[in-house]
Design a binder for this molecule. Structure first.
Ligand code: GDP
Ligand code: MG
Length: 741
C-alpha cells in the first residue's frame, strides 16, 4: 500500500473516512495538525481521562517500522512499496490501536515517526532531533526497531539515533526534576534468525547503550545520572516477515499481548503484566492532549527550552478555562431567566419572590461545579484549585445577588402582607364591636409572617456554603416587623385616644352644661338656708364655687378617661412611655375641650340668657320661691336693685376661672404635667397651645384662665342692665296696671 489517500494530512478537514486511517500530527513542514482533538474525540480517546497510552516508534528508514505497527496494532500507516523503494512522506503520524480489544490495553495511540535516519540525511538531523524530543515528551513507550545484524554495530545508524534520544531526554528532565517520568525503550529485533539467543543480543545492546550514555556530555547537575535513572528496557525478537510469514504473524500476536498495564515486581525489579507501567504515563488528560502536544511542539519548533512543567501548567490554565466556560453554559441557561425576572421586578418596583429558587440555585451550582471538578480535576493541582475557586466565585456572585434580591423581595412582600393583615384584623374587630386584642393580632400575624420568611431563607440555604446563611436578613426582617408593629400600635393608640377624647367631650358637654344651667336659677342650690336672703347683694355660695365644681367634674371625667385609656393601651402592649405620652395628650386635649365648652357657654346670647334667668329668679320670686304679684306698695325698686346687683356679681366671677379656696386658677401646668421623655415630635403635631403650659406660646396662665375679656365683661354688664331694666319696667307697669284694673 503506497497511498496516503486515506489519511488525514495536517491541513485536511478530517472525515470519518480519512480519520479511519489515523492523522498526520506533524507534517514535513513541521506544522501541527489543527484537527488532532477532533480525531481524539472521533475515536473516543478524548473522554478517556488518563486511561490511554502513547507509543512511538523509532528506527532507521525502511526498516519495516510501519509494517510492524500495522501488523501489531491494525493501523494503516503507509509502507514503502517493495518495488518502488522510495521514501515515504516525512512527518509524524498517529493512529489508534484497532486490534486486540481483549488482549491489549484500551486506547493505545501509536505514533509513526518517519524519516528518522540522521546518518544518511545530514540535513534532516534537525527534524530527527525535534521529533525525538516530541516523542519523548509525550510517549510512554518508545519502540526501537532494529535489524538483528545491526546489533553490536556500535557505529550503526540506530546508535546515532539513540544518542540523540538520550541527549534530548536529559535536556527535558533538566527542567522537570520533580516528576522525572520514566520511559520504556522497547527494542524489537527484526529478521531474528535464532542462532544467537535473544539474551545475548540483549546484553550486547545494553553494553552499547551504556557506552553511548557515557559518551554524551551531561548538563551541570546531572553529571552522575545513570541511564537507569530515566529508562527501562524491554526486548523482543521477530522473524523475517517475508521469509517466515506465518511465524511472523504468530510472534507479532504474542508481542501484542505485552501491551497491557503492568507494574514492577518489588523483589527483582522485573515487569509483571505488560509494558504500560503507571510511572511512564505523562499524566496529560486525554481531552487536553492535543493542546498540550501542540504547545510542546511549538516550543520545540521555535527552539525554545522545553519546560514540561510549565507546559502542563499552561495546559491546565487553558483547559480549566475552557471547562469552566462549558460548565457555565448550563448554569446560565437556568439562572439567566431568573435574573431577568428579578431585574424586571426591580425595574417595576415589584417585590419578586421566585418559586423554588433555592432548589434550582443549589442544583445548578452543584451541577456546574461537579462538571468542572470531574473534567478539570485531572489537571495541574494548583491551577485546578485556583480555577475551581474562580468558578465558584463566579457562580456564587450570581447566586448571591439572586438570593439577596429574593430575600429583599420576601422582606418587602412580608412587611406589606403583615401590615395588611393587622389592619384588616383590626377593622374586623372594630366592626364586631371593638372588642379585640391588638397585641394578640400583632403577635399572631408576626409569627405567621416570620415563619414564611424563615421558610424562604432556609430554602435558599446550602449546608456547606457559609454565605447562604441568611440569619442576619432574618434578624433585620424581624426588626422591621417590630418597627411596623410599633407604628401600627401608635396608630391604634391614636384611634383609642380619639375614642376617649370623644367620650370626654361628651361627658364634659353634659356636666359643664349642667353647671352653667344652674346659673339660670338665682336660687341655685335649691333654696338652701343661706340663700334665703335674696336681698344680699352677692352671688350665692353655690354660684361662687361654680369653677370649683367645674374643675372637680372635669378632673373626675379626665381621671376616668385616663383609666380607660391606660387599661386599653396596656392590653395591646403599649410601652409605659407610650402610655404616658397618650395620657399627657389626653389631659391637654381634654382641657382644650373644656375651654371650648366654657367658651360655648359664655357665648353672648347664651350667657345673657342665663344672667337674665338668674336675675328674674331673684327678682320675681320671694324667699320661699313663690312668684311675686307686684303691688304698688311693694318696694319694687329695692328688690330690683338687689337682684340686679346680685346677678351682676356673677359677671366678674364668670370672667375668670378661679377656685374659691385659693382665689386663683387651678394649677393647670402641674395638672397637665411636663411632656413625657418618650414623646416624639409628631406627638405634638395636632396639639393646641395652652397658655401657661406652653411657655413659648407667649400666652400666660392668667390669659388661659380668662373666660371673658374686659371689654366683653363691660359689654355684658351694659346688655344685662338693659335686659334687667326691661324686666323692671315690665314689673312696674304690671303693678300699676294691677291698680288701674
Ligand atoms: P519503514 O520505513 O521503517 O516504515 O519501513 P516500511 O514498513 O515502509 O518497510 C520498508 C520495507 O521493508 C518494505 O518494502 C517492506 O516490505 C519491508 N519489510 C517489512 N517488514 C519486513 C521484515 O520483517 N523483514 C524485511 N526484511 N523486510 C521487511
Ligand atoms: Mg514508515
Amino acid at each position: 500500500m503506497t497511498t496516503n489517500g486515506h489519511f488525514a494530512a495536517v491541513g485536511d478537514k478530517p472525515t470519518a473516512d480519512n480519520f479511519g486511517h489515523g492523522i498526520q500530527v506533524i507534517d514535513e513542514d513541521k506544522s501541527f495538525s489543527t484537527h488532532l482533538n477532533e480525531y481524539l474525540r472521533e475515536t473516543h480517546v478524548a473522554e478517556a481521562g488518563f486511561d490511554y497510552h502513547l507509543i512511538s516508534v523509532f528506527g532507521s528508514q525502511s526498516t519495516g517500522k510501519s509494517t510492524l505497527l500495522n501488523n501489531l496494532f491494525g493501523t494503516e500507516f503507509s509502507v514503502m512499496s517493495e518495488s518502488e523503494r522510495r521514501q515515504t512522506t516525512k512527518g509524524i503520524w498517529m493512529s489508534k490501536n484497532k486490534k486486540g480489544a481483549d488482549s491489549m490495553a484500551k486506547n493505545i495511540l501509536v505514533m509513526d515517526v518517519e524519516g528518522t535516519d540522521g546518518r544518511e540525511r545530514g540535513e534532516d538531523q534537525d527534524f530527527e532531533r525535534k521529533s525525538a524530543l516530541f516523542a519523548l515528551a509525550t510517549s510512554e513507550v518508545l519502540i526501537v526497531n532494529i535489524w538483528e545484524h545491526q546489533v553490536g554495530l556500535y557505529q550503526g545508524a540506530n546508535m546515532g539515533l539513540l544518542k540523540t534520544v538520550f541527549e534530548v531526554n536529559l535536556q527535558l528532565f533538566l527542567k522537570d526534576r520533580q516528576s522525572t517520568p520514566r520511559s520504556l525503550l522497547f527494542f524489537v529485533i527484526r529478521d531474528f534468525i535464532g542462532n544467537t539467543p535473544l539474551s545475548n543480543l540483549r546484553n550486547t545492546l545494553v553494553q552499547d547503550l551504556t557506552k553511548i550514555w557515557s559518551s554524551i556530555s551531561k548538563p551541570a547537575g546531572l553529571e552522575n545520572a545513570t541511564i537507569d535513572d530515566y529508562f527501562d528496557f524491554a526486548f523482543a525478537a521477530l522473524p523475517h516477515k517475508i521469509l517466515q510469514p506465518d511465524k511472523f504473524v504468530t510472534e507479532v500476536d504474542t508481542l501484542g499481548r505485552r501491551f497491557i498495564a503492568g507494574h514492577r515486581s518489588t523483589t527483582d525489579q522485573e515487569f509483571v503484566g505488560g509494558v504500560f507501567l503507571p510511572e511512564y504515563h505523562r499524566r496529560i488528560p486525554a481531552d487536553g492532549f492535543s493542546v498540550y502536544a501542540e504547545g510542546v511542539w511549538d516550543q520545540i519548533v521555535n527552539n525554545k527550552d522545553l519546560d514540561l512543567p510549565t507546559q502542563q501548567e499552561l495546559l491546565a490554565q487553558f483547559r480549566c478555562d475552557e471547562i469552566s466556560r462549558e460548565a457555565l453554559v448550563a448554569f446560565d441557561e437556568t439562572i439567566l431567566p431568573l435574573e431577568e425576572q428579578q431585574a424586571d421586578g426591580v425595574r417595576l418596583g415589584r417585590a419578586v419572590v421566585l418559586a423554588g429558587l433555592g432548589v434550582t440555585g443549589a442544583a445548578s451550582r452543584a451541577a456546574c461545579l461537579e462538571q468542572f471538578q470531574a473534567q478539570a480535576g485531572r489537571y495541574h493541582k494548583g491551577v485546578y484549585t485556583r480555577k475551581l475557586a474562580e468558578l465558584e466565585g463566579k457562580v456564587d456572585t450570581r447566586l448571591k445577588a439572586l438570593y439577596q434580591s429574593q430575600l429583599a423581595g420576601a422582606h418587602k412582600a412580608g412587611v406589606a402582607s403583615f401590615t395588611e393583615a393587622v389592619t384588616a384584623a383590626v377593622k374586623t374587630g372594630q366592626k364586631a364591636g371593638g372588642n379585640y386584642e391588638f397585641a394578640d393580632i400583632v403577635e399572631t400575624e408576626k409569627a405567621k409572617t416570620l415563619e414564611s420568611f424563615k421558610t424562604e431563607a432556609q430554602g435558599l440555604a446550602i449546608p456547606e456554603v457559609a454565605w447562604t446563611n441568611f440569619k442576619p436578613q432574618y434578624v433585620l426582617f424581624e426588626k422591621e416587623l417590630d418597627e411596623v408593629s410599633a407604628k401600627l400600635r401608635k396608630e391604634e393608640m391614636r384611634r383609642l385616644a380619639t375614642r376617649v377624647e370623644r367620650w370626654v367631650k361628651s361627658r364634659l358637654g353634659d356636666a359643664v352644661g349642667l353647671e352653667f344651667n344652674k346659673l339660670g336659677s338665682g336660687r341655685a342650690g335649691g333654696g338652701a338656708p343661706e340663700e334665703s336672703s335674696t336681698g344680699s347683694s352677692g352671688a350665692s355660695s353655690s354660684e361662687k364655687d361654680l369653677w370649683d365644681r367645674i374643675w372637680k367634674v372635669f378632673v373626675g371625667v379626665v381621671e376616668e378617661a385616663q383609666d380607660r385609656f391606660t387599661d386599653r393601651a396596656k392590653s395591646f402592649d403599649a410601652s409605659e412611655a407610650e402610655v404616658q405620652v397618650g395620657l399627657w395628650r389626653l389631659r391637654r386635649k381634654s382641657w382644650v375641650a373644656l375651654r371650648e365648652k366654657i367658651d360655648e357657654e359664655v357665648m353672648e346670647g347664651n350667657i345673657l340668657l342665663k344672667l337674665r334667668e338668674n336675675f328674674e329668679d331673684k327678682f320675681r320670686y320671694d324667699e320661699a320661691g313663690v312668684p311675686r304679684i307686684w303691688r304698688p306698695s311693694d318696694d319694687i325698686e329695692g328688690i330690683y336693685t338687689r337682684a340686679r346687683e346680685s346677678t351682676l356679681t356673677l359677671i366678674p366671677l364668670l370672667a375668670r376661672f378661679r377656685l374659691a379656696a385659693t382665689i386663683a386658677p387651678p394649677d393647670l401646668p402641674v395638672w397637665i404635667g411636663n411632656q413625657p421623655a418618650g414623646a416624639e415630635p409628631e406627638d405634638e403635631d395636632d396639639l393646641t397651645p395652652i397658655g401657661g403650659v406652653d411657655e413659648e406660646e407667649g400666652k400666660s396662665l392668667e390669659e388661659e384662665m380668662t373666660v371673658l375679656s374686659e371689654s366683653k365683661r363691660q359689654d355684658l354688664v351694659i346688655r344685662f342692665k338693659k335686659t334687667a331694666d326691661g324686666v323692671y319696667v315690665e314689673a312696674k307697669r304690671g303693678a300699676l296696671g294691677g291698680i288701674t284694673q
